[in-house]
Design a protein around this ligand. Structure first.
Ligand code: HEC
Ligand code: HEC
Length: 401
């Protein structure tokens, strides 16, 4: 566990100081107040919310990773829009940025299985490395190059605060400014207490200060059962060896065989276009590993009630539907695919054999369900207990004993 309790404590303390300084005092004295002294967190938060860092001037990191939705897409978004003229649609849903602190660089484990990395296909090895992606992607913040970003950073009213809080060398080159910006954006995600709140109902139940309803309790049992939901085999629900709370992902990869999203512009323009995750096209180093085509990273399920639409291609719009996909993909394929002979239609036919067929999947069409309608409802009730309370203090990252 890389998480450092002290730094979180410090971050909370600093943030409180910052908020008090901004919001404190009476209206009459507001104009004469000295602004709060900058901190790494205050500067980095401003950068995360800074629309001036995009070519359009309209798009910040926070536009696609909104505070209110666990730092995933804003409510009502189908797929994120960006680009110089704000008319380019991306083909992946913006994931929640919360609970990534224990993720690692991308790697293959001793059994040759892929783990870790950032984005849906793990192609960035850290959050700092990842930040370069959206700044330069032509469908996102769409800057022409590193120099264009550096120019925008130098023009910020709080550039001097950025220099002092992130030790930017005097006469820094464009590349150095860009690198410090990447560091700052990672630092923000490390210091803002929202990113590891651990204060959901699930956490309170673990601490013995709340109790599940009967439906939530049934949902958890199904979630953990290897013969029924088997959800916890990927979306880890057990504490770590030292009482570390689970983040509901083991950062592994799987091909679920999701339905093609026919609202994606790229899919409309080109029926031969397929987003295949690990084997490309966004990720380029594993294109020869066709056995990995269709695999995407397991996301956290913490705060999942806040992050619709679901899955990498935003093919499903509600949480109940997302859970129903697991329950009915194989017994009722007509519900998900244009025809029962066209299962897994968001992958080229040659790679459809890669799709996962173990529990909760693997049944035949018309079989009696492993997960009943009631089970799906109970799973959803349980998943709703994973929503944090942003108005309350963070919980401890380990379970109370
Ligand atoms: C136009 C919308 C958009 C903007 C703007 C944007 N992102 Fe993202 N973000 C996404 C999408 C979509 C993904 C998934 C990308 C992929 O899988 O290729 C993502 C992925 C990420 C991830 C990886 C999460 C994980 O689970 O591994 C991080 C971290 C992140 N973004 C941070 C940022 C930062 C920092 C900025 C600002 C520099 C930013 N994003 C700007 C849409 C956006
Ligand atoms: C074999 C591993 C595995 C198992 C088992 C599994 N999942 Fe997932 N889950 C994934 C992966 C991988 C994704 C992302 C897939 C994608 O978008 O291509 C995902 C995505 C999700 C999402 C959408 C998350 C988001 O941010 O969009 C939900 C909800 C979900 N799973 C719930 C469940 C439930 C409930 C179960 C048990 C019934 C379950 N999962 C079992 C691997 C798994």
């Amino acid at each position: 566990m890389t998480f450092n309790v002290f730094s979180k404590f410090l971050a909370t303390f600093t943030l409180l100081g910052y908020l008090t300084a901004c919001g404190g005092g009476s209206g009459a004295t507001a104009n004469t107040q000295t602004p709060a002294a900058p901190t790494p967190l205050s500067v980095a938060s401003a950068l995360f919310a800074e629309k001036a860092l995009s070519a359009s001037g309209q798009l910040a990191c926070a536009s696609c990773h909104t505070d209110d939705n666990a730092h995933a897409d804003a409510t009502g978004t189908t797929l994120p829009i960006g680009g110089v003229n704000m008319d380019q649609q991306g083909f992946r849903s913006s994931p929640s940025l919360l609970y990534l602190a224990s993720n690692t660089a991308f790697r293959f484990d001793a059994n040759g299985l892929p783990f870790g990395g950032f984005t849906w296909d793990g192609r960035a090895n850290s959050r700092a490395e990842q930040a370069a992606g959206p700044l330069l992607d032509s469908t996102e913040m769409a800057n022409a190059d590193v120099a264009a970003v550096a120019r925008k950073v130098r023009g910020l009213s709080y550039f001097n605060d950025f220099v002092s809080q992130f030790n930017v060398p005097t006469a820094a080159t464009d590349a150095q400014i860009f690198e410090k910006l990447q560091t700052a954006l990672q630092t923000y995600q490390e210091l803002d207490p929202d990113y590891l709140l651990f204060n959901s109902k699930f956490d309170k139940v673990a601490d013995g200060t709340a109790t599940f309803t009967a439906a939530e309790q049934r949902g958890l049992a199904i979630f953990n059962s290897p013969n029924q939901g088997n959800c916890a085999s990927c979306h880890t629900s057990r504490n770590g060896p030292n009482g570390e709370r689970p983040v509901f992902t083991n950062f592994s990869y799987a091909a679920l065989g999701l339905p093609r999203n026919r609202q994606i512009q790229k899919n409309i323009e080109d029926p031969e276009f397929f987003d295949m995750g690990l084997c490309g096209p966004k990720r380029t180093d594993l294109s020869a590993r066709t056995d990995l085509c269709g695999q995407f990273k397991v996301p956290t399920l913490r705060n999942i009630a806040l992050t619709a639409p679901y899955f990498h291609n935003a093919s499903v719009s509600t949480l109940t539907e997302a859970v129903s996909f697991y329950a009915t993909r194989d017994i009722d394929p007509g519900r998900w695919y244009p025809s029962v002979n066209d299962k897994f239609n968001d992958l080229p036919v040659a790679y459809r054999g890669n799709v996962l067929r173990t529990v909760p999947f693997g049944q035949q069409r018309g079989d009696s369900p492993l997960l009943s309608l009631q089970d799906v409802d109970d799973l959803v009730s349980f998943l709703k207990t994973l929503t944090d309370d942003r108005t309350a203090a963070p919980g401890s990252p380990t379970v109370a004993r």
